[in-house]
Design a protein around this ligand. Structure first.
Ligand code: SF4
Ligand code: SF4
Length: 112
């Protein structure tokens, strides 16, 4: 099992999660983060820290495609361990449906 980052992180990216992860397994894309499933030790500490409620355990049904996206993107995105400022419009995007289809970017972020 692992934890995965899901749709509501897209264009929110508050980054409260990265500061608490004991094994630094978050990776940064242009407008969302992902968790490297093989590095995550399933401690669950990040889940309640995410204000967007975007982090879920992969034991929840229907998250297979998100698990794959997290694993795939973690291979090419840079590691991130320190919180940066959230995008100015993050609040406006919180909870908007269908962000994966409309706004996902495979481009890497800048990392630490
Ligand atoms: S705290 Fe949540 S919304 Fe913010 S970057 Fe982490 S997973 Fe994404
Ligand atoms: S569950 Fe623990 S190890 Fe996994 S990403 Fe969250 S804080 Fe890191």
């Amino acid at each position: 099992m692992t934890y995965v980052v899901t749709d509501n992180c897209i264009k929110c990216k508050y980054m409260d999660c990265v500061e608490v992860c004991p094994v630094d397994c978050f990776y940064e894309g242009e407008n969302m983060l992902v968790i490297q499933p093989d590095e995550c030790i399933d401690c669950g500490v990040c889940e309640p820290e995410c204000p967007a409620e975007a982090i879920k355990p992969d034991t929840e049904p229907g998250l297979e495609s998100w698990l794959k996206l997290n694993a795939d993107m973690a291979k090419s995105w840079p590691n991130i361990t320190q919180k940066k400022a959230a995008p100015a419009d993050a609040k406006e995007w919180d909870g908007k449906p269908g962000k994966l289809e409309a706004h996902f970017s495979a481009n890497p972020g800048s990392g630490d």
